[in-house]
Design a protein around this ligand. Structure first.
Ligand SMILES: [Zn+2]
Length: 289
């Protein structure tokens, strides 16, 4: 099995660190980049301001870090749209997406909506798959996309674009966290978003993907299958622990990303154990069943 090719390699997407701090992506959507770049958050967290032009209202999706400069940038984007914030939606509980949700919700006097009660807060709204939210002059569809985390949601816009949080990233691939994440659910969620036929993917980190979103989702599915194949090959070749497997499969990935790679590896091993294909123990030992 060969490594699948990333279709984005030929798209001319902005290089790391060169994503514009703010961009109007379509009449419904402005993207505001938070100043929290890192190996895991790429250029930083993308906060999306969503609303029908002229509605006088907008929704924030993934407010991101509770940072003064970021709040000022989001307020400037709202002002330029002549809009006030009427709701804060959150894709998942990780702090780089959710930290500002409750403080900014209070600041704007807007309810917070998310899949989990801890994120939505006491006055918030819990979202379920299939709901259609009428907000800011438009309709936003709630799409359950568990996998990266258990509570992960995507939001489908009237334009056909899907805000995918950390389910799909603008560059590279996402992490299936462990023990919370779930590889089987993650793959189902990729197919679920694919089935929507998205016109664009607006990612939690990195550039927006507009050229061929379906090809990126196909690549993500193929990448997971390839990693599983590599993992099984490493075990067959003598790797005997999670650490061995990560060192073999992720040999070409910077070591700073190995903790995340270890989580994805553990998540894949959990799937393979459930399928009766690997066995664990004692300790960190792992072998083919
Ligand atoms: Zn994130």
């Amino acid at each position: 099995m060969d490594a699948p090719a990333d279709p984005r390699a030929t798209w001319g997407l902005p290089a790391a660190g060169e994503l514009p701090r703010r961009a109007d992506l379509e009449p419904l959507v402005t993207r505001v980049l938070a100043p929290n770049p890192s190996g895991m958050t790429l250029d930083g967290t993308n906060t999306y301001v969503v609303g029908a032009p002229g509605a006088g209202q907008a929704v924030l999706v993934d407010p991101g870090p509770d940072d003064t400069a970021h709040l000022a940038a989001v307020e400037a984007a709202l002002a330029d749209r002549d809009a006030r914030c009427v709701a804060v939606l959150v894709t998942h509980h990780h702090g780089d997406h959710a930290e500002a949700a409750l403080p900014w919700g209070a600041h704007f006097g807007a309810p917070v909506a998310a899949a989990g009660a801890a994120v939505a807060g006491p006055g918030g709204r819990l979202l379920d798959h299939g709901e259609r939210l009428s907000l800011a002059g438009t309709t936003i569809g709630v799409v359950a996309t568990p996998g990266h985390t258990g509570d992960h949601l995507a939001f489908r816009l009237e334009s056909g674009a899907v805000l995918v949080g950390d389910h799909v990233l603008g560059r590279g691939t996402s992490v299936v966290t462990h023990p919370e994440g779930d590889v089987v659910a993650y793959l189902e969620s990729l197919r679920r978003v694919h089935d929507l036929g998205p016109s664009a993917l607006y990612c939690g980190h990195g550039p927006e993907l507009t050229e061929d979103p379906g090809a990126v989702l196909d690549y993500y599915l193929a990448h997971r299958a390839y990693r599983e194949h590599q993992l099984l090959t490493a075990l067959a070749a003598g790797a005997a622990s999670v650490e061995d497997v990560v060192a073999t499969v992720y040999a070409e990935v910077p070591r700073s990303l190995w903790p995340a790679a270890t989580q994805s590896t553990r998540a894949t091993l959990a799937k393979l154990r459930a399928e009766g294909r690997v066995e664990f123990g004692p300790g960190e030992a792992v072998r083919l069943a």
